[in-house]
Design a protein around this ligand. Structure first.
Ligand code: XIL
Length: 346
């Protein structure tokens, strides 16, 4: 329906409810979506568990399913600080900065090279910005997250990663990807522009910005989202919504939590309006040639990673586009029709 990718994040390999084990999932995804992101299995530790060991088996299986079924792949992600994903050999590295730089370059190069021609776009670096909201303020010195990579190499690891990825696969679009950058957190958004402008000023091959968009039903405003997209469009870069979902309960919201204890009609209607407004904002702000696509972070409500977040403990939620049984059949929710309506109004 859309002339840009409509993506789905999936579990695969040994993960629970791998899409490759569930026929109904494969059918629903192949029918409604045109791109896949691996929710986990293409992250650092999965693909590169030991310095001289790469493990392609699970990812190749997923990529080949996508190929057979006519879906493209968005790669996620070469570099991410999250502790459970940084391979031990990187954490325990004892050599100097040059050695670490070589090791990280070779990590990016090897993976980009392996998937050349099979992956359309990559989140080259994920979540390199400091978590804002703690009063550190904005400025080059305090925008970057103090990750292992930053500690070893400073912000140069970002430029290095984009350069290595472009050299290995000049055909893939390269994204910087982060959360809470879609407006609403002014400091983090300002830091995003510092990061992006630094890459552009140094002629680094970045093609676009991924906005994860783990948003709330009431935050950020669509005006804020539009302003964030616009700033990236103004720089001539692509905008991709990479990890969208809309839970109906906002633990940080003004109202009591949870706002909805069941998925009532009121909740469904509100969620539909929010999904629709987000897609409309994307379409009105981002011109066709800069649309990297829209990916939703999971198919069926029960699969959402949000259900395991401690901030949401004690409350249920229904953040995704499909309901039904764990193994299918899956039924589109009102939110699905909200997305479809927005896309068909184009
Ligand atoms: C999440 C996965 O969905 C979970 O299964 C896993 O336990 C943790 O990571 N931002 C990202 C994604 O960029 O990689 C994260 O995915 C969700 C937040």
């Amino acid at each position: 329906m859309a002339d840009f990718p409509i993506g789905m994040a999936v579990s695969a390999g040994d993960e629970n409810r791998s899409m490759l084990d569930i026929q109904a999932k494969q059918e629903t995804i192949a029918h409604h979506f045109s791109q896949l992101t691996a929710g986990n299995i293409m992250k650092m530790r999965y693909l590169h568990p030991q310095e001289n060991t790469y493990d392609w088996t699970e990812a190749d299986e997923l990529v080949s399913w996508a190929e057979t079924n006519g879906l493209s792949i968005h790669g996620h992600t070469f570099i991410w600080h999250s502790d459970y994903q940084v391979p031990d050999f990187m954490k325990n590295y004892i050599g100097d900065a040059n050695g670490f730089e070589t090791l990280l370059d070779s990590h990016v190069t090897t993976i980009a090279d392996h998937f050349r021609g099979k992956v359309d776009s990559w989140d080259v670096v994920n979540e390199a910005l400091h978590q804002q909201g703690d009063g550190v303020g904005v400025g080059e010195g305090n925008c970057y997250r103090n990750s292992l990579f930053y500690q070893k190499l400073g912000k140069d690891y970002l430029a290095n990663a984009f350069t290595a990825a472009k050299a290995a696969d000049s055909g893939a679009d390269l994204y910087y990807n982060d959360f809470s950058t879609e407006g609403g957190d002014d400091d983090k958004f300002a830091c995003l522009l510092i990061l992006v402008d630094d890459l552009l000023d140094n002629d680094i091959a970045i093609d676009g910005v991924g906005f994860q968009m783990h948003v709330q039903i009431d935050w950020p405003s669509t005006d804020d989202i539009a302003a964030a997209f616009q700033a990236i469009v103004d720089r001539g870069l692509k905008v991709k919504i990479t990890e969208l979902e809309v839970p109906v309960n906002n633990p940080w919201g003004a109202a009591s939590f949870p706002q909805y204890t069941s998925f009532s009609e009121a909740a469904a209607t509100r969620q539909k309006a929010r999904y629709k407004a987000i897609v409309e904002t994307y379409l009105t702000t981002v011109p066709a040639n800069l649309r990297g696509g829209i990916t939703v972070w999971g198919l069926w409500d029960g699969d959402s990673w949000l259900l395991n977040l401690s901030e949401r403990a004690g409350s249920d939620d229904w953040p995704l586009l499909f309901t039904g049984d764990a193994n299918g059949p899956y039924e589109p929710k009102p939110a699905f029709y909200g997305v479809a309506e927005a896309l068909s109004e184009e």
